[in-house]
Design a protein around this ligand. Structure first.
Ligand SMILES: [Zn+2]
Length: 646
């Protein structure tokens, strides 16, 4: 194929494949750096067009772009998305069979047309992968969700650390681009070091400010009532996300909102995949206005007109809060991010932080149980994924689910175990025998003839070449048989060596990332356990302070956390608004300042004593008003800290 220079400029590629006329702010600089062969760290807020930053240069450079990504759902979305734009892309992840992985990697070696190979990090250093990599013409290495590299981040994944080893296997001319939506200064530094960035690298950041997103914290003992007020206040017909901490809370809250005549639905990972898809679709198409979800919801979803994101409980980190809250107002119009905070919430967060670090003996017990559950012998099981049902697991081994959850997290962080989210994967089939053998089999086994014919009729000759997604129920309808019968026959044909059959699955996967240890010998790194505990404490403190702060602009507070210390006050958060209100002329007798002046005139009071005389929700406004009155010289502090009139 002839290609002119004009066709491969970044802008031409953008227009050709994405149909956008211009790059968004920041994108062009990042792309130029990568095309010049430099390593780059790109920090772009969610919804800021992150993937374009590596997809466009990948198309402009020769060879294939290797994309490391931790989330299967996200990976599959992107592959699907690229294919729809006429770009060939493949993915390799936990839950695929050995044959499938083998075949996909082979395609990437031999087909010059495949431009993207998405890989989950633990696959990177298998022998199979290394062997193929040596023969692959890699042009670019992209590391998505790069904060997973840092143990200072909020989602550390040890297999990410091995990307540096991967770099050593690639020619020195292959640049690396790392992308993330959130990273503190410490995490940025970590990414640059751990990926062995070469001199001349660039860090590209955009401000994390969201000028039209109004953050607020409502202190209340009655969260449901406040939730209702917020959702009604946003206006009818507007879209919202309510984040709950637990599945139960999500369901109960959704049911309650429906009782209150609000079109709401619950969404969490415990619901069947079909129901999740249906709920998500109803929300995306404005049929269900409000979704009440656990944090399983939102990843990879881009609905621009969300007007409010309300948290019933604070998430464990400000990173998570920023990401989730940031799903409001992607269209650039005014939107609300509201955190509902109850009197016991700070204690609750601290308790959870403690639970997140179970004692070492519990961790070992869960490791042993996992070995029993998966029937993995000592020394075996490395990178063999198995279906993992946490509820069933906990029940079988008489462990508490929450304990199991956290022990597995520890095992994951220490690099012994890997868990992947539930992925709704359709059943797949590939025919192993050639046409002639198959025909002979059909003649000799007439009872399977109809099913094989139906397979070929519905899915075509491609079945001889690669795995094809099939539907057991569609086959059943075609054959007027039950789905169970079809599954039974496919299983038989699989065991008879006629075809590879992978049943449909929607359970999360787990696997050992090292050969299995004898649990008492598991080499847990105690120092790292301690560091992890300290980090969790810091993160919890930051969240608690965010929720408790009455005097600092919330946008400023968040930006400061993400290494943007000098941001101006936003003017739209609850603290800024309270400050504005407090600056009403003290002469206005109906205004808050006038009331406060009167109160303090009667009796000098400490600021917190003043605050205590008003409803909790007013606290921020009171504090702001007091400060304004001091600045105006209407109030002053006495030596004992009490405020008095001047
Ligand atoms: Zn503000």
């Amino acid at each position: 194929m002839l290609s002119t220079a004009a066709e491969t400029t970044p802008l031409a590629l953008l227009r050709q494949h994405w149909g956008h006329q211009q790059f968004r702010p920041g994108q062009a600089d990042i792309i130029a750096a990568v095309l010049a062969g430099h390593d780059a760290l790109a920090l772009l807020p969610t919804g800021g067009g992150k993937s374009i930053c590596f997809q466009v240069p990948a198309l402009a450079r020769p060879g294939i772009c290797l994309v490391v990504s931790p989330l299967i759902a996200l990976m599959r979305d992107q592959v699907e998305n690229l294919r729809q734009r006429g770009i060939k892309a493949e993915a390799v992840y936990a839950g695929m069979s050995h044959q499938e992985i083998d075949q996909t990697l082979d395609n990437c070696v031999y087909s010059k047309e495949i431009k993207f190979l998405y890989v989950s990090p633990e696959r990177l250093l298998t022998d199979l992968f290394r062997a193929r990599l040596a023969r692959m013409n890699v042009g670019l290495l992209a590391v998505d969700e790069a904060h997973c590299l840092s143990q200072w981040g909020y989602d550390f994944r040890p297999p990410y650390l091995r990307i540096a080893e991967l770099r050593a296997l690639l020619p020195a001319t292959v640049p690396c681009i790392a992308l993330t939506a959130t990273a503190t200064g410490q995490v940025r530094q970590d990414i640059v070091e751990k990926l062995h960035f070469r001199p001349g690298y660039g860090i590209f950041t955009q401000s994390f400010a969201r000028p039209k997103l109004s953050y607020s914290v409502l202190h209340t003992e009655d969260k449901l009532r406040r939730l209702l007020e917020v959702l009604r206040g946003v206006g009818p017909g507007k879209t919202g996300i309510v984040y709950a901490r637990t599945r139960r809370q999500a369901e109960d809250t959704a049911a309650w909102l429906v009782q209150q005549q609000l079109p709401a639905a619950a969404y969490h990972a415990g619901l069947p995949a079909e129901q999740r898809t249906r709920t998500q679709q109803a929300w995306l198409t404005d049929k269900t206005r409000i979704i009440v979800a656990t944090n399983a919801f939102g990843m990879g979803i881009d609905k621009p007109d969300v007007r409010a994101v309300v948290h019933l409980e604070a998430p464990a980190t400000l990173e998570a809060y920023y990401q989730e809250a940031g799903r409001a107002g992607r269209d650039g119009l005014y939107a609300f991010a509201v955190l509902l905070s109850g009197p016991a919430d700070a204690d609750g967060l601290r308790r959870q932080a403690q639970l997140a670090h179970p004692p070492v003996d519990v961790v070992r017990r869960v490791y042993q149980a996992l070995a029993n559950y998966s029937r993995t012998a000592v020394g075996g099981g490395e990178l063999v994924a198995f279906d993992f049902d946490l509820g069933l697991f906990a029940e079988t081994y008489r462990l508490r689910a929450v304990e199991v959850h956290h022990a597995l997290k520890v095992l994951e962080q220490q690099g012994f175990v890997q868990l992947t989210e539930a992925v709704n994967q359709p059943a797949r089939v590939q025919l192993i025998s050639n046409q002639q053998d198959l025909y002979q089999f059909q003649v000799a086994n007439a009872q399977h003839d109809l099913l094989i014919k139906a397979l070929l009729r519905l899915y075509g000759g491609e079945l001889f070449v690669t795995f094809q997604a099939i539907s057991e129920s569609a086959l059943g309808r075609h054959l007027r048989q039950s789905t169970t019968d079809v599954v039974r026959q496919l299983r038989y044909l699989h065991s008879a060596g006629v075809l590879h059959y992978q049943p449909r699955r929607e359970l999360p996967q787990a696997m050992f990332t090292t050969p299995r240890y004898d649990a008492p010998q598991l080499p847990l790194d105690e120092r790292r356990l301690k560091t992890a505990r300290q980090l969790t404490e810091q993160q919890t403190t930051a969240v608690v302070e965010y929720a408790a702060s009455l005097t600092r602009c919330r946008q400023q507070l968040l930006l400061d956390y993400f290494a943007e210390p000098d941001a101006p006050a936003c003017g739209v958060c609850d603290v800024c608004l309270a400050r504005k209100k407090a600056r009403q002329a003290p002469e206005d007798p109906a205004g808050l300042p006038a009331q406060l002046l009167q109160l303090v005139q009667t009796e000098p009071l400490l600021p917190r004593q003043v605050v205590a005389r008003y409803p909790a929700a007013e606290a921020a406004a009171i504090m702001a008003a007091l400060r304004a009155l001091v600045e105006l010289g209407k109030l002053a502090y006495a030596a004992d800290g009490r405020l008095h009139t001047t």
